[in-house]
Design a protein around this ligand. Structure first.
Ligand code: FES
Length: 157
């Protein structure tokens, strides 16, 4: 019987096989694995390293460097708060501080009940409606206290 770890490694191997011919294949492979699993499971790192003939430390370094790669599964909802310039000019720092306080978590963290993962994002193309956010792929503009409370109610529902 296959353990969960070996199943993950086998699924990862199929993704790697498909993408390893690309030039600079590491990032697309990590992206493909995150898409398939929702995060980059630790047990897939040695499989990637071996296939690309690089060290596990190198793969681990890249996963750690790019915050977009999650090492743990995300919560049921993913909330991204824009922290780029136009949103900053419209108070995104205060919005982020308030949201962290409401959810009791920081960026790159998931609420203990698994309801939501909070992440920063750098421009959602919604600068005219700054400060902006994205909840489960849907953009939300003109964030204010009321909008934040509505988001919190939604993710906890
Ligand atoms: S800077 Fe936030 S949406 Fe563009």
């Amino acid at each position: 019987m296959q353990t969960q770890g070996t199943q993950a490694a086998a699924r990862a191997a199929a993704i790697i096989e498909e993408l390893k011919g690309l030039e600079g294949p590491l990032l697309p492979i990590l992206h493909g694995i995150q898409e398939a699993f929702g995060h980059v499971p630790a047990e897939t790192l040695p499989v990637i390293a071996e296939a690309l003939n690089i060290s596990k430390a190198e793969v681990h370094g890249v996963v750690t460097f790019y915050h977009d790669y999650r090492k743990q599964p995300a919560g049921r909802h993913v909330l991204k708060l824009c922290q780029a310039e136009a949103c900053q000019a419209m108070g995104s720092d205060a919005i982020a501080a308030k949201m962290k306080q409401l959810l009791g978590i920081g960026f790159h963290e998931t609420a203990k009940d698994g309801s939501v993962t909070l992440e920063p994002v750098y421009c959602l193309g919604l600068c005219a409606c700054a400060p902006s956010a994205m909840l489960d792929g849907e953009v939300i503009g003109r964030l204010d206290d009321e909008a934040l409370e509505a988001i919190v109610a939604e993710v906890r529902a």
